[in-house]
Design a protein around this ligand. Structure first.
Ligand code: ZN
Length: 198
C-alpha cells in the first residue's frame, strides 16, 4: 500500500511542476486531496485542484502510389529528425480531423483518413499517440512552418535511424507489415523512455 509520501514522489514524476494557481495566483501545494489517490497541485486560497491528464496526439501515415509522406521536423523536440504528420488534438475536433489538420499544417497535404493503425501510450511524455492510415490522392505537398522538408519515400528508403520518435518507428513498422499481407489491423504499445534531445 503506497503511503502519502510515496504517492507524492510518484506525482512529482508524473505531474508537470507548478508553483502558482492559474485561477487566483496563490502558491499551490503538491499533496493527495481527500478522497483522491494521486497527489495534485492544490490551491488552498481558492480551493482549486489542478488535475493533470495525458494529452492526445493524432497523426497518420499518408500514402501515395506506394510511397509514404515523411516530414523533417523544424521544431524541438527532435529537430531535424523525420516523422509522420502528427500533433496535439484541439478541442472540438475528432481524432481523424486532428490527423488531417496536422497533415495540412505540417506537410500542406490534403489527406483522406482511413482505418485506425496504432495507439501508443507514451508514458514518460504523458501523451497518447493515435495514428491512422491515410491516402494522399494527389502528390501535392510541401513544408509547413513546422517542417524543414517533406517528401514521399519508398518503404526501402525510410530513414529508420533518423526517425524522430519511437511511436513513429512502431507505427511505420506495423503499417508496412500489414501492407505486405494486405490487412489493416490496429496495434497497441507503450513507451517509457526518452530519446536524446526529446
Ligand atoms: Zn487558487
Amino acid at each position: 500500500m503506497p503511503t502519502a509520501s510515496t504517492r507524492v514522489c510518484r506525482a512529482r514524476i508524473l505531474a508537470s511542476h507548478m508553483n502558482f494557481c492559474n485561477q487566483c495566483g496563490a502558491k499551490v501545494e503538491l499533496r493527495v486531496p481527500a478522497g483522491d489517490h494521486f497527489a495534485r497541485h492544490v490551491c488552498d486560497a481558492c480551493g482549486t485542484i489542478h488535475y493533470q491528464n495525458p494529452c492526445l496526439i493524432a497523426g497518420c501515415v499518408p500514402e501515395h502510389d506506394g510511397r509514404i509522406l515523411l516530414c523533417r521536423r523544424a521544431i524541438q523536440p527532435r529537430r531535424g529528425y523525420w516523422t509522420i504528420p502528427a500533433g496535439f488534438m484541439e478541442n472540438g475536433e475528432t481524432l481523424q480531423q486532428a490527423a488531417a489538420r496536422e497533415s495540412q499544417e505540417e506537410a500542406l497535404a490534403d489527406v483522406e483518413i482511413g482505418s485506425l493503425l496504432s495507439i501508443v501510450h507514451v508514458l514518460h511524455a504523458r501523451q497518447v499517440h493515435v495514428f491512422f492510415r491515410a491516402t494522399l490522392h494527389t502528390p501535392s505537398f510541401g513544408p509547413g512552418p513546422e517542417s524543414l522538408e517533406v517528401k514521399l519515400v519508398s518503404p526501402e528508403d525510410i530513414p529508420w535511424p533518423d526517425l524522430a520518435f519511437p511511436s513513429t518507428d512502431f507505427t511505420l513498422r506495423r503499417y508496412l507489415d500489414d501492407r505486405k499481407v494486405g490487412r489493416e489491423q490496429h496495434y497497441f504499445t507503450e513507451i517509457n523512455r526518452r530519446l536524446p534531445g526529446e
